[in-house]
Ligand binder design. Structure first.
Ligand code: NAD
Length: 495
């Protein structure tokens, strides 16, 4: 889509924003009429006041979701009809591409060109799961001859999905597309920092033909409506993406309520291991910079710990610094912006605090380190690089979730593996080498859910995403994610 900055600004002025909850097929205020302020991190200004849902709204939405599920209007719809409605939904998203992208940009400060690309991928993902919906089915087990043993898959019923702010629509699609494809009713709880695109999406779902009660959106705070859903006896499954800290609470809520099924996509602190034998170090450095500064570093599987082999340590740092210059923060509504703002003032303060911690711990600041563009009223931080980091420093152990890269030196393959594994997280590890043996050793010995060799992007819908250790459990994307929204039932019949 070709556009210039002024055109984007004009479209922003004209944007019509929906701010209410979407329950049982219609937009509605929160029952107790509360709202919360939605602030744009681009300029620190109020965008809108959004319905702040509570336990009462959760109650109403769960009731509607259960009724719709029990009636079978979606769960027992002919698979090809369900598929065709999901196709309509994907097309409507494409028809409203710019509107949805604009909402994500003003809500959380990601560059408009990135938001457009991500929302296009969301539409593709919905089609991918729609297509899979009638291609995943049960089995008949081998048994004695007077028995028929069918192993079938049934949808859970009511699925609540709790979504973070870093990719508001994409993280929601990862959950609701497989949940809908398998016949569930879905209730989405967007992050309070970024509710606009999901609220708008609800209307598109209804227009596409998804029946009332099957797709609902409850904006509000995590500790109120998020907790109410996670504790609700009528919710069968919680699909959560967010911090490890809140992920642990979700497990407790499940245990204290109805033992609802839980899947968790939580934090990460991913190692990016660069061996001296990697081909084309310029390409590798460009990828390393791009992957840490994309989305202002607010990415769960960002390669935040860059491990460089000793012989190329200084040379490679210079290359990464060079490519990092491309990410000077700009207004994210400007189509040429490659890095926008942080999501909020709070997140900016957290990240600045980590930069002070890194300095106090004795890491060497080789680039950035400051808040910038303060005259805009928004929340921007320069691409920041620390070198000579030790893996026991807090900036190497804790998830910063910002544009801060920690660089470490290693001498042997075994040491690189040890450093990669020395983390409470286990989401993803990247390695760059032209030696297949090294690639194999890393793949075999690093404990995490994804290993990317000579790549920073696993963007296909056909592959699973998810973590080991405190990065969570369960998988998004791919056919594996569909398993998370169905239960296995055995039907044993003797003749
Ligand atoms: P967060 O945990 O603060 O919030 C995530 C969601 O949980 C929000 O909707 C929030 O309102 C809700 N929430 C907060 N407290 C709650 C509670 N007590 N009960 C129920 N819900 C509650 O995370 P965030 O700051 O929005 O997102 C950043 C985090 O998400 C990072 O840790 C990042 O690594 C993680 N993340 C992980 C993945 C992945 O696939 N592993 C993807 C994206 C983001």
């Amino acid at each position: 889509m070709n556009m210039n900055f002024n055109e984007v600004l004009k479209m922003k002025e004209k944007a019509e924003l929906k701010t209410q909850a979407f329950i049982n097929g219609e937009y509605t205020d929160a029952i107790d009429k509360k709202t919360f302020d939605n602030i744009s991190p681009i300029d620190g200004k109020l965008i809108a006041r959004i319905a702040s849902c509570s336990e009462k709204d959760a109650e109403k939405a769960v009731k509607s979701a259960r009724q719709a599920f029990n009636k079978g209007i979606w769960s027992q719809m002919l698979p090809e009809q369900r598929k065709s409605i999901m196709y309509n939904f994907a097309s409507l998203i494409e028809n409203h591409l710019f509107e949805l992208a604009l909402m994500e940009t003003i809500d959380m400060g990601k560059p408009i060109s990135d938001a457009l690309g991500e929302i296009k991928r969301c539409a593709k993902g919905i089609r991918w799961f729609a297509e899979a919906s009638d291609k995943v089915y049960g089995k008949v087990a081998m048994t004695r001859s007077n028995v028929s043993a069918q192993i079938i898959k049934e949808p859970y019923g009511v699925v609540a999905a709790i979504i973070p702010w870093n990719y508001p629509l994409m993280m929601a699609v990862w959950k609701f597309a497989p949940a809908l494809a398998t016949g569930n009713s879905v209730i989405l709880k967007p992050a309070e920092q970024s509710p606009l695109s999901l609220i708008r999406l609800a209307d598109l779902a209804l227009s596409a033909g998804i029946p009332a009660g099957i797709f609902q959106v409850l904006p509000g705070y995590g500790e109120t409506v998020g907790k109410a859903l996670a504790c609700h006896l009528g919710v069968d499954k919680i699909a959560f993406t967010g911090s490890t800290e809140v992920g642990k609470l979700i497990l407790q809520y499940s245990g204290l309520s109805n033992m609802k099924a839980v899947s968790l996509e939580c934090g990460g602190k991913c190692a990016n291991i660069v061996f001296a034998d990697a081909q084309n170090l310029d390409h590798v450095a460009q990828q390393a910079a791009g992957a840490i500064f994309y989305n202002s570093g607010q990415v769960c599987d960002a390669p935040t710990r860059l491990l460089i082999e000793k012989p190329i340590y200084n040379e490679f740092i210079e290359k990464v610094k060079h490519y990092s210059q491309d990410y000077a923060p700009l207004n994210p509504l400007n189509p040429s912006s490659k890095m926008g703002s942080m999501v909020s003032e709070e997140q900016m303060s957290n990240v600045l605090e980590y930069i002070s911690i890194g300095l106090a711990e004795g890491a060497k600041l080789v680039m950035g380190g400051k808040q910038v563009n303060e005259d805009t009223g928004g929340f921007y931080i320069e691409p920041t690089i620390f070198a000579d980091v030790k893996n026991n420093m807090r900036i190497a152990q804790e998830e910063i979730f910002g544009p801060v890269l920690s660089i470490l030196k290693f001498e042997t393959l075994a040491e690189a593996i040890e450093i990669a594994n020395d983390s409470i997280y286990g989401l993803c590890t990247f390695a760059w080498t032209s030696d297949l043996n090294k690639a194999r050793e890393i793949s075999k010995n690093v404990r995490c859910g994804k290993i990317l060799i000579n790549s920073t992007s696993d963007g296909e819908w056909s592959v699973p995403h998810g973590g080991f250790k405190q990065s969570g459990f369960g998988r998004d994307k791919s056919l594996e994610s569909m398993d998370q929204y169905v239960q296995t039932k055995l039907i044993w019949t003797e003749y």
